[in-house]
Design a protein around this ligand. Structure first.
Ligand SMILES: [Zn+2]
Length: 384
């Protein structure tokens, strides 16, 4: 039978990233993400469309739950192979998967149902992680050679290059906007026979960074100095929180905002910030406080004014809410990344985007570059 690729998630949507490669003797997954959003998502999370015991290994692009969140369930259903990820991704998963499991257990107890997976299961599956480095080839199977490249999206995020007998397959993962702090811009890839490219913002551009920072500085000044209140910034624990800390330090260093106590109000965001500090340079911020417990968090309620509170608790933990809000690469930068391929891939699949964004990007790739491109539907199987 011809080798194939099945689009199990993130096809016409932005969550549940999961691709099944069946290349004859071996089956493997790229990502094993959780579907997020409503009953439909919950239903899709319960049932894999393949036998977990047949999966030889998993290649993981990054730690966000919509790319990694079903790993404990995969292991619970009999997957025993290695999961390849960068060291930073592995460290983040050690915080995020048990946190996600905790949320699953809590919800299941409310609904009197079985949790998707337990904290114990999430911890156990961390033992299957195998660390790989950017740019260093490795061979999870005699028929598969891989290289991870920096995707510039969050700490540890990777573009995955796979060399198979059918040719070179490149999975972009989530790409980061070039020119952001903490992470490098996405690595340029020159060649692919088959390309899977994300399209979260396939139809939109972002405001300029200068404009965004000006607005941020204005809002901080207005609330802290003029109105004498606290600024509460809802944020995602991993990636976004660290970026906000970076910009607060920068604005403070430039004297553009008054001195203020800064609270990271979420145990997960606190843990993720500590991990980030080990891998990347975060500027020092005086009067920075972390909350590691519910009690710490309660104490913030008594602060009446003059504080900046980055709140990643509740809604953002366990990844119930999509992290994508203006976080992935913009349309123009994405077309720039695609435009540096030296030759057209045999086939391009536009994935990981709502239908309008994915269609828009697909049309630009066809019209602008003359490539063959398609938006696969969920469950679609393509011959490699
Ligand atoms: Zn992501």
């Amino acid at each position: 039978m011809a080798s194939s690729l099945t689009f199990l998630g993130a096809a016409g949507e932005v969550t549940g990233s999961c691709y099944l490669f069946d290349i004859g003797k071996v089956k493997f997954l790229v990502d094993c993400g959780m579907f997020q959003g409503g009953r439909d998502g919950q239903r899709k999370n319960r049932r894999f469309r393949f036998d977990a015991r047949e999966i030889a290994f998993v290649l993981l692009s990054h730690a966000h739950i919509d790319h990694s969140g079903l790993l404990p369930r995969l292991a619970a259903q009999g997957f025993q192979g290695p999961v390849y990820a960068t060291a930073a991704t592995a460290e983040l998963l050690a915080v995020m998967l048990p946190d996600s499991a905790h949320l699953q257990e809590k919800e299941a107890s409310w609904e009197r149902s079985e949790p998707l997976y337990t904290v114990a299961r999430a911890r156990a599956c961390l033992g299957q992680l195998r660390m790989v480095e950017y740019g260093v080839p490795f061979q999870p199977d005699p028929a598969v050679r891989c290289v991870f490249r920096d995707a510039g999206h969050i700490l540890g995020s990777a573009i995955i290059e796979m060399f198979l007998k059918e040719g070179k397959v490149v999975f972009s993962g989530d790409l980061g906007q070039p020119g952001r702090p903490i992470v490098e811009g996405p690595t340029l890839v020159a060649e692919a026979d088959v390309l899977l490219v994300e399209s979260t913002y396939g139809d939109r551009n972002h405001k300029s960074l200068v404009q965004t920072l000006d607005e941020f500085a204005f809002a901080l000044n207005d609330t802290l100095a003029s109105k004498r209140g606290n600024v509460v910034i809802p944020s995602f624990a991993v990636g976004r929180t660290q970026e906000i800390l970076y910009y607060i330090a920068e604005l403070r260093g430039q004297g553009r905002i008054p001195p203020a106590d800064v609270y990271v109000d979420s145990p997960m965001a606190s843990a993720a910030t500590r991990i980030t500090r080990r891998y990347a340079k975060l500027p020092d911020l005086e009067r920075l406080r972390f909350t590691d417990s519910l009690e710490d968090s309660m104490r913030i309620n008594s602060v009446r004014s003059g504080a900046i509170i980055i709140s990643a608790s509740g809604m953002c933990e366990g990844g119930r809410i999509r992290h994508h809000l203006r976080y992935n690469i913009s349309r123009d930068a994405l077309l720039g990344w695609i435009g540096q391929f030296r030759r057209a891939p045999r086939q391009t699949y536009v994935v990981h985007g709502e239908p309008l964004a994915a269609e828009s990007l697909k049309n630009s790739v066809i019209d602008g570059y003359g490539w063959r491109a398609a938006v696969p539907s969920a469950g679609e199987r393509a011959v490699l």
